[in-house]
Design a protein. Structure first.
Ligand code: ATP
Ligand code: MG
Length: 282
């Protein structure tokens, strides 16, 4: 087997593929953990969990990046109030990720001229763009990169998992308490198993409703589906995040809940999930 070359992608004698691989390895080597947030089901809160986990990690003192690879529905620019952000180049020609309260952010959404235009890209195009989001962005040294994926097990999660597998890549699976969600989410768990991609754990989002008046939590969907799913697959249960209208408002207004409301039950649940993630990864 040939020994893996260590260079920064500028080596004259390398082919362009070798240069790409070198640049990718160099970038990935500077980011310790890559947490891929995924779910077989749409709308369960992957983007909400990604943004808030990233902030909870940053609040815990880590250097964190947030990468949005949802080609067809990037939500991160809106959730961080970066809809109008114009990309800038760093001194070395790479893309400079905007920093929001210490968090480095990159989204395919920043590359679209009009956020309401549909993206019509076939698989190979998506794969190329996603890999460039690693190599062409000035991420620097990070402890964690949180990667928000679209629902399902298509090109985007597949490309991300293949890219970061055996290079500090781990999945966080998001589900909601209902059984119908659990059966869709099982597909993501099995996808990771088939790829032999490690799973840090599973989060149950929208687990009970926090009354805005009295703060009491009511289970409006069935409860415990996430915990059962996690134990049936032998993966760590990272906790339950209740439905809180303020979480939704924070997402719409670009004010991440875990950052602005860290003292609330949902804020504390994110902090507790981060502690478990740290435990699993250490
Ligand atoms: N715990 C919560 N409490 C209240 N609202 C929530 C909660 N989690 C998510 N939401 C809201 O639910 C909606 C869907 O969440 P989000 O966009 O994060 O889901 P998603 O899984 O990323 O969706 P998609 O599959 O389309 O990418 C958003 O409006 C979000 O603000
Ligand atoms: Mg999303």
């Amino acid at each position: 087997m040939s020994e893996e070359k260590k260079c920064s992608g500028n080596c004259e004698s390398c082919s362009s593929k070798e240069k790409e691989n070198c640049a990718l390895n160099e970038t990935l080597g500077r980011i310790k953990h890559k947490i891929v947030v995924m779910s077989g089901k749409g709308g369960v809160g992957k983007s909400t969990v990604s943004v808030n986990l990233a902030y909870a990690l940053a609040l815990a003192g880590f250097r964190v990046g947030l990468l949005d690879v949802d080609v067809h529905g990037p939500s991160i620019p809106k959730m961080l109030h970066l809809e109008k952000y114009q990309l800038e180049a760093a001194g070395n020609g790479k893309i400079l990720p905007p920093e929001v309260a210490g968090l480095k952010v990159m989204s395919i959404g920043f590359m679209l001229e009009n956020p309401d235009d549909p993206v019509v890209w076939r698989g190979p195009m998506k794969i190329g763009v996603i890999q460039q989001l690693f190599t062409e962005v000035e991420w620097g040294e990070l402890d964690y990169m949180v990667i928000d994926c679209p629902p399902g097990t298509g090109d985007e999660p597949l490309t991300v998992c293949q890219t970061v597998k055996d290079k500090g890549g781990n999945a966080v699976i998001v589900t909601t308490p209902q059984q119908v969600a659990s059966s869709d989410v099982s597909k993501s768990v099995n996808f990771c198993k088939q790829m032999q991609f490690p799973m840090t754990g599973l989060i149950e989002n929208m687990s009970g409703f926090v009354c805005p008046k009295c703060g009491e939590i009511t289970d409006i969907f069935a409860s415990g589906g996430g915990e059962k799913l996690a134990s049936s697959y032998g993966i760590t249960f990272l906790g339950k995040l209740p439905i809180d209208p303020e979480v939704c408002k924070g997402g719409d207004e670009g004010r991440p809940f875990a950052y602005y409301r860290s003292e609330t039950p949902v804020g504390k649940a994110f902090a507790a999930a981060v502690e478990k993630i740290e435990e699993v990864l250490s």
